[in-house]
Design a protein around this ligand. Structure first.
Ligand code: ADP
Ligand code: ASP
Ligand code: MG
Length: 416
């Protein structure tokens, strides 16, 4: 007998029919003698619908009220799933995050889980019940409802699996595993049998929304066996593994495991800023103070030694506020310079632990993009990834060309 935590995403619980199908899947596991904790998301589109409604009433809604609102989406699906299970003769109880005791910090809309109470859950499991838990939500120390950021039900699933010592956390979604890139953008993408925690962390942080990054962090930190699979069809899915557990005798380690892209960033360039010590901090200091996160940063070498250009990216949602801050505070403080902004960009990234032992990935990437006439605006690298910023209109072309050039197209990969 095993204990599984099974998380079902929005599409998987998108209608009463889908909820019934989830109930049947869960029943199947229970009939085979396993204990099951189910975590569900809101029905697909619901979190967006609630967000739009809030923004139609208030341009910048109070984060506490936002979390109060968004947490309702998951409350609908837990109760409906418990009813569907009961209808199939499976004893089941639903719990909100607060009822379980999923304690978080008080950072509304992006709270972090600090501690989970498991006594009640264990008692329900021991009593033979399926436990259905609302994903994406918790409570802070004062009892306020918090949410964990978009995609946060993945994190609820993995955190529960860690707290309960589950045998596996299964993330059921609308694709049958983690692919070499988003299969909706590149039809030749192929499913990976396994991927290392480190690579999955990079892919998630660089824009692949198949798993929320915090979920992968939890899995790595607490050694939770984590699998991504389809809620629509049976199959082995993709296992997220520690690097040491990678199948030694599988084919030679590919150089690149996956390609991620992120359209949610915008680029800002300050032209002709003085090239003297302290300027970077005078630019980024006020931005950090305004709680705006900066991602890539590039400072040009000043040709004449007096002036330089400084470019960085922020989330698209912070673009307008950052522009305003630069125009009204930073440029006057620097005593000059000119601002250029662009929010029609995409960051495309190659990820693979194989990069550590191979040179030439960057030059090959640049050559492939040059052959497609794609201009590279910014570059950043780390041990296992290379990212470039290009114009958004070239995204699909670039992803497909890189996917092919690095041998990831379906026909080029061994079948399992
Ligand atoms: P859920 O609602 O089940 O949480 P999400 O929409 O959050 O599902 O995540 C699944 C989606 O992630 C897929 O439909 C796919 O378009 C996208 N995706 C992005 N990158 C990848 C990838 N490398 N492998 C698989 N899916 C990916
Ligand atoms: N419903 C939330 C969202 O759409 C959480 C989740 O689905 O994981 O982001
Ligand atoms: Mg998701």
């Amino acid at each position: 007998m095993a204990l599984y935590v099974q998380k079902f995403g929005g599409t998987s619980v998108g209608s009463p029919e889908r909820i019934r199908a989830v109930a049947e899947k869960v029943k199947g596991f229970r009939d085979r003698g396993h204990q099951v904790v189910v975590v569900v998301s809101a029905m697909s589109g619901e979190t967006n619908r609630l967000t739009d409604m809030a923004e139609s009433l208030n341009a910048s809604p109070d984060p506490r009220e936002m979390d109060m609102l968004l947490s309702t989406g998951e409350q609908v699906t837990i109760s409906l799933l418990a009813m569907a299970l009961q209808e199939l003769g499976v004893p089941a109880t639903s719990h909100t995050g607060a009822q379980v005791g999923i304690h978080t910090d008080n950072a509304y809309t992006r709270a972090r889980i600090q501690r989970i109470e498991t006594d009640d859950l264990r008692a329900d499991l021991e009593a033979g019940k399926v436990v259905v838990v609302a994903g994406f939500q918790g409570i802070d120390e004062e009892g306020n409802i918090t949410t964990l950021g978009r995609g946060g039900s993945d994190t609820t699933g993995v955190a529960l699996a860690a707290s309960l010592g589950a045998d596996e956390c299964q993330i059921y979604t609308d694709v049958d595993g983690v692919y070499t890139t988003d299969p909706r953008v590149c039809s030749k993408a192929s499913r990976l049998k396994s991927i290392t925690v480190e690579e999955m962390l990079e892919l998630a942080s660089l824009g692949s929304k198949v798993l929320q990054i915090r979920a992968v962090e939890f899995a790595g930190k607490y050694n939770v066996p984590l699998r991504v699979l389809s809620s629509f069809e049976d199959g082995p899915g993709t296992l997220i593994v520690a690097e040491s557990e990678k199948d030694e005798d599988s084919m030679e380690e590919p150089l690149i495991s996956g390609i991620a892209f992120n359209k949610n960033e915008a680029k800002l360039t300050l032209l002709n800023t003085p090239d003297i010590p302290g300027v970077a901090s005078r630019i980024l200091g006020p931005i950090a103070a305004a709680n705006i996160e900066v991602d890539m940063i590039v400072q040009n070498v000043a040709p004449a030694g007096d002036y330089t250009d400084f470019t960085f990216t922020v989330a698209k949602s912070d673009y307008r506020a950052t522009k305003k801050l630069i125009e009204e505070t930073i440029l006057p403080d620097l005593g000059g310079g000119e601002l250029r902004g662009d929010d029609n960009i995409v960051k495309v990234s190659l990820v693979g632990v194989g990069m550590r032992s191979h040179a030439g990935v960057a030059s090959k990437m640049f050559r492939v993009l040059a052959e497609e006439n794609v201009n590279i605006r910014m570059v950043s690298t780390s041990e296992i990834k290379i990212s470039v910023v290009i114009d958004e209109k070239h995204m699909e072309l670039a992803v497909k060309a890189l996917h092919k050039a690095f041998g990831l197209d379906q026909a080029d990969i061994e079948e399992d």
